[in-house]
Design a protein. Structure first.
Length: 106
């Protein structure tokens, strides 16, 4: 688990790991793994009692002040046990705002 852990309730933690595998992946039983330098930074800089909010947003996009466009896509989380146990891919949400971002205004 590493030298630092920030607990979210009683069961789960944000903690360090010495293995790069698993960082950013769903490979644990609920914990969030960070590189040791990153968890040390959080541990040293985030006040005790700070609210933690986990956001399931598989598609993120932005237009930067310089006009550049950035798109980040991750496989969405399973919505139920059947999807979790299936080999089929979970569909990505395609909102009208995302469609406009990727195709330009109509």
């Amino acid at each position: 688990m590493g030298l630092y852990a920030i607990y979210i309730g009683r069961l789960y933690a944000i903690h360090g790991t010495n293995a790069n595998f698993g960082i950013g992946l769903r490979v644990s039983q609920g914990c969030i793994r960070l590189r040791n330098d990153d968890i040390k930074f959080l541990f040293d800089n985030v006040p005790v009692g700070t609210r933690v909010q986990l956001i399931d947003q598989p598609v993120k996009y932005s237009v930067e002040p310089d006009g550049s466009h950035w798109l980040e896509v991750h496989e969405p989380l399973s919505r139920n046990r059947a999807e979790f146990e299936s080999d089929r891919k979970v569909p990505l949400p395609m909102t009208s705002a995302l469609r406009e971002f990727t195709q330009g205004p109509e």
